[in-house]
Design a protein around this ligand. Structure first.
Ligand code: GLU
Length: 209
């Protein structure tokens, strides 16, 4: 089961995310991507194939400035391995980005409901419903934490989730159920990861969710 890394702190997020993903490569993957929040907007790069492709594509992360970000290596379960199905997935408003390991079992019915509400889907993944559902609830209540709680009540399945919202440039959101995710607490920075090897260079103060 592939990997997640997230960073919030004083350093540039993208190089740290790429380094963390590199340390999770042993878990296997078919595509990789990162999303970084900087200057009030989200920048996303993702691609099929080796992590080196993503590093080259982003000039080792320099193209995505910002201090908050999430990264992902994917092992496709829903939708073929390609650039569009690679994570992160961005919500319709462009304000929320999501990475996910696992499977959202009830994604088909959630997708149907969201299509009826006017949401469009770009990918074939189960994961994209998480981004669009969050978007829907966030538009309704205006609070990303409340939206997150509502979304988690709606989804069934196994998940580790890393989420960022452009309106909350100093908040790294995460949740897990039946998939691994841990928190790393540093000096003026915090991280999330699927596996301790991804963040051990930054902190040894770890909490398993
Ligand atoms: N089910 C998701 C997908 O196929 C996540 C796969 C994974 O765990 O990487 O995109």
């Amino acid at each position: 089961m592939c990997g997640i890394v997230g960073y919030v702190g004083q350093q540039e997020a993208a190089p740290i995310l790429l380094d963390g993903l590199r340390r999770l490569e042993y878990r296997g993957y078919d595509s990789a991507g990162i999303a970084v929040c900087g200057d009030g907007q989200l920048r996303v790069k993702k691609s099929r194939g080796r992590l080196q492709v993503l590093s080259d594509l982003t000039h080792d992360g320099a193209d995505l400035p910002g201090h908050l970000g999430i990264g992902h290596t994917r092992w496709a379960t829903h939708g073929e391995p390609n650039d569009i199905n690679a994570h992160p997935h961005v919500s319709q408003s462009g304000r929320i980005a999501v990475v996910h390991n696992g499977i959202i079992e009830n994604y088909a019915e959630l997708k149907e409901q969201l299509l009826h509400k006017g949401y469009g889907f770009r990918s074939e993944t189960d994961t994209e419903v998480v981004a669009q559902l969050l978007d829907y609830y966030y538009a309704d209540c205006g609070d990303i934490f409340e939206a997150m709680i509502r979304m988690l009540h709606a989804v069934d399945g196994a998940y580790a989730l890393g989420i960022i919202c452009a309106d909350y440039p100093d908040r790294l959101l995460c949740a897990r159920k039946d998939a691994p995710l841990l928190l790393g607490f540093g000096e003026g920075e915090n991280m999330i990861a699927s596996d301790v090897t991804a963040i051990i260079r930054h902190t040894r103060d770890i909490a398993y969710l």
